[in-house]
Design a protein around this ligand. Structure first.
Ligand code: SF4
Length: 113
């Protein structure tokens, strides 16, 4: 059975159709083919959120995953983030949580504090 999806790799938003044999149709460029195959085999998402800090001035800091996190680990990752408090100054791009949920992806700061 094939699956239909919208490619989110750029604003063009191509409508993709991916067969169970991983044949991708509807993609304007190769990134869409890679996205379609990944969605069928190992879907991931960039996680963008905030975490608590010890700072009175900045009680929360915006963070994001450096790469895509497996889609089925997103809620577990949010639980882990919600149990942690950042206790140091960081710059944009610094790692704030290493290897979240042991999936090999770090969470990084998207704000200086
Ligand atoms: S297939 Fe290529 S052009 Fe189409 S949305 Fe994806 S990245 Fe953009």
């Amino acid at each position: 059975m094939s699956k239909e999806m919208i490619c989110i790799m750029c604003p063009r938003g191509c409508h993709l159709k991916v067969s169970k044999d991983l044949v991708v149709e509807g993609n304007f460029c190769p990134r869409g083919k890679a996205y379609g195959i990944e969605e069928m085999t190992h879907p991931t998402r960039i996680l963008t959120t905030t975490m608590k800090t010890k700072s009175n001035l900045h009680p929360r800091i915006s963070i994001k995953s450096k790469e895509g996190i497996p889609k089925d680990l997103i809620f577990k990752a949010m639980e882990e983030i919600n149990h942690l408090t950042l206790n140091k100054d960081v710059k944009i791009g610094d790692v704030v949580i290493k290897d979240i949920c042991h999936c090999g992806v770090d969470m990084i700061a998207t704000k200086n504090i």
